[in-house]
Design a protein around this ligand. Sequence first.
Ligand code: MG
Length: 381
Amino acid sequence: MKKILLLGASGSIGTQCIDVIKAHPDSLKLVGASVGHNVDYLRDILKQFKLEYAYTIHPCNDLVRQYPDTRFYYGDEGLLKIAKEEGYDTLVNALVGFAGFRPTVEAIKCHKNIALANKETLVGGGDIIMPLVKEYGVKLYPIDSEHSAIWQCLNGHERKDVRRLVITGSGGSFRDKSRNELANVSVEDALKHPNWAMGAKITIDSATMMNKGFEVMEAHYLFDIPYDNIDVILHSQSIIHSMVEYNDGSIIAQMGCPDMRLPIKYALLYPEHLKDENTNYLDVDSLFELNFKKMDYQRYPLVRLAKEIGKFGGNFGAILIGANDEAVDLFLKGRIAFIDIEKYIFKALKSAHFIAKPTIDEIISSHNWARAYVADMWANS
Ligand code: MG
């Protein structure tokens, strides 16, 4: 029985993780959960699972009274305290944004395995996280369709035989538009992803393909493959989730329905591939076409930028994350145009102070600096 602490329970990955845990009561047990402001969702979870601990941003006295056997945590420090709790084996980190970084660090230091959906952890702090994973001898399992695919394609093979990783990307909500046509697109249109139902932030990151850039950086850290051996191709159907090309010319790809419960399940039940009531099978009998297109780095400059930033390393990943977080926020609030998201990111990186070997505190302050820098740029524009 694997005991799970789920951070970010009420988000898109969090709720699907709950589906997976419910479908496998003999293998998985939820012992702790965090939500942000969605107290009703936590109340729902508490009715279904006997939680040992729980987290909300603000104190919630009626839950504390109603569930005296559950320890409740609040505030910034509370998220770190719950990550340091005993009695769980795997932290599922489904937090959105840079808030996911420090709980991962604390959980690793407590010898917990990590199932990671939070992108910011590795993109901003990969140089700190990966050595910690080694030092503490814990497992780091990806919860992302692309990295889950690569992980599956690498199983049973030697790293020295890998020629390159090929990460597929759908191109997001505006994939049929030229750069010129992006000038007046709306928030509402940006939130309509053609293949995946996800949270707002990641749907915007998919439309700019910043998300794909982040995934390249995560793949570099997770699988220890140089940036020059990680490519991106456009694949509009999101059926092939990524591939690994070997030195002998063989390519192994992983296919499946675009359903995040598949990578969640693989991360939690590895190495088993189990069926459950939510399982969707791909209809390969009525075969469908699979399209591929060369990645267009002019159309999506943030993918190339992420690769370059990754090669720089240091605190630049944290700057990239911070600038993007703030710019996407400004776009979602209707304050800047879609096309300005990348402009703000480029400007922040140009002004940023590079630190080659940042500490955890410097990673956090770099991220905060980039957010504030973008916010100021907007306020003064
Ligand atoms: Mg993905």
